[in-house]
Design a binder for this molecule. Structure first.
Ligand SMILES: [Zn+2]
Length: 492
């Protein structure tokens, strides 16, 4: 017995030794080498803010219903960009693609080098009428007050569009000619899936033989205390995005009069199907981009957390359970199941022959639209409940981009250069929502998602919410980010 206890003790000591060794191996935060700092052309912070504010005044709204859009607003914005960025519009070629999206080409000195693609979108989500009173400044007035530019699109995603154009205009003014070709691609329908804008642009570029060294789109961001165990500012860069599919469940039964109900009713069968899906969620799995994220956080965490984060080979169960304590953590680990629509019946005394539910799934890397459908059918386990795609929008999760790729390193070093003197942890992560970048998925492994704007408390809720705004100084930082990124391209 004594010998057994000694063996166990020895094992525990060995285990702790291995864990500490692994922890120490990651204990030094990777040196935050800033991108080689070519002097930036001077930025006129006030003028930049004014340009963003003016861009906000065009109500380029995409409607989820697919309803008609205000094409005059989109064309008005096109014209506004044309008059505001004269050097861009005389030096770069500009094409209108997919109806109202824009594709700019800045030809590089050496066309044999792989190009850079900067993506953004200038459509915005609508403003809910009932929330209008809560806006401190009207959403499409483009007002500048209290150090902020206010309005719909100031973060999502006119900030990217205007910042990228400002950066290129500034570089052109400074006489810069890029080594490699740079594409600016701005979608007009990202908020409704990007099927006409980004998809057409990506297909067009692929048809032209474009194989980018770096694609950057919205998605990640920087902010204070956004990651557990990491104090202060950190940046998260999307290396993958979840897939998306909505399924319709249609339960059938014999209809009839409600005075003599059948044993099986459509509504009852449908309710059982939805309840089964909720009771049997998709399996959680700590792997792929989320495991990469946890491991990348380790060097910046306090010792105990670092031990846990750098030893996922043994701690993944604990970490996985901790993550599942809230919705965000759970969504990082599994394909999510969200019943969102329900319809059945036309009259209180008539048994409907059919009842339907819409269920939305966000698919984690490793699963597909097809595997989700197969599992749903299996869990529902009712041959008289049909499972079919709600529409043709289903999309598989994106491939996972590599954090050891020079493109990722360039983004990380450019982030480091944004905050000289401070170490900003740059952490890769899985983007939950969809972005236009998904259309590059089948064609490029160098796709990253990052909005170079520090988000403060509550800013994330302002995106698609009320009082969306960006600090004047932060917007200038975003312009500087794109300038540095384009000037650091020798690292690719
Ligand atoms: Zn967006």
């Amino acid at each position: 017995m004594k010998r057994f206890a000694a063996a166990i003790a020895l094992l525990v000591v060995a285990l702790v030794g291995v864990m500490v060794a692994r922890t120490l191996r990651v204990s030094a935060p990777p040196a935050a080498t800033a991108a080689p700092s070519a002097a930036l052309p001077p930025l006129d912070t006030t003028a930049l803010a004014l340009h963003l504010a003016e861009a906000v005044r065009f109500p380029t709204v995409s409607l989820a219903s697919g309803g008609p859009i205000d094409t005059a607003a989109f064309r008005g914005l096109h014209d506004y960009l044309q008059s505001t960025y004269p050097l861009v519009h005389t030096t770069l070629s500009r094409e209108v693609v997919g109806g109202l999206s824009l594709l700019y080409t800045w030809r590089g000195r050496d066309t044999t080098l792989a190009p850079i693609v900067i993506m953004g979108h200038f459509d915005v989500v609508p403003v809910t009428e009932s929330n209008l009173a809560e806006w401190l400044h009207p959403p499409f007035a483009g007002e500048i007050a209290d150090g902020y530019v206010w309005g719909r699109g100031t973060l999502d995603d006119k900030a990217t569009v205007v910042a990228a154009l400002e950066a290129v205009e500034g570089l052109l003014r400074a006489g810069v000619v890029p080594a490699r070709t740079i594409y600016l691609t701005f979608g007009h329908d990202e908020e409704v899936g990007g099927r006409y804008g980004a998809r057409t642009i990506v297909n067009e570029l692929v048809a032209r033989g474009v194989a980018p060294a770096l694609v950057i789109d919205e998605g990640g961001f920087m902010g204070k205390d956004i990651l557990p165990g990491i104090e202060g500012i950190a940046a998260i860069v999307g290396i993958a995005e979840k897939g998306y599919v909505s399924l319709t469940l249609t339960a059938e039964a014999d209809g009839g009069h409600s005075s003599m109900p059948t044993e099986r009713t459509a509504i009852g069968a449908l309710s059982r199907a939805v309840a089964r899906l909720e009771a049997d969620p998709f399996p959680a799995s700590l792997d792929g981009p989320t495991a990469t994220m946890i491991q990348a956080m380790a060097p910046y965490q306090p010792f105990l957390q670092r031990v846990i984060s750098s030893n996922l080979w043994i701690t993944s169960g604990v970490v996985s359970r901790a993550l599942q304590a809230d919705e965000l953590g759970g969504a990082l680990l599994r394909t999510t199941t969200a019943p969102t629509m329900l319809s059945a019946g036309i009259k209180d005394n008539v048994l409907p022959p059919e009842a339907t539910a819409g269920v939305n799934f966000r698919i984690r890397p490793g699963e597909t639209v097809a595997s989700v459908m197969a599992r749903v059918t299996e869990v529902v386990d009712d041959p008289r409940v049909r499972v079919a795609p709600l529409d043709s929008v289903g999309v598989d999760p994106s491939p996972v981009s590599d954090t050891s790729d020079p493109a990722y390193k360039l983004i990380a070093s450019t982030i480091a250069a944004m905050s000289p003197g401070t170490t900003v942890p740059v952490i890769p992560y899985l983007v939950m929502g969809g972005t236009d970048a998904k259309y590059w998925g089948p064609h490029s492994a160098r796709v990253y998602r990052f909005l170079p704007i520090p988000l403060g408390d509550g800013d994330r809720a302002r995106v698609h919410g009320v009082n969306e705004r960006v600090a004047v100084g932060d917007f200038a930082t975003a312009v500087g980010f794109f300038m540095r990124l384009l000037q650091g391209d020798a690292a690719l």
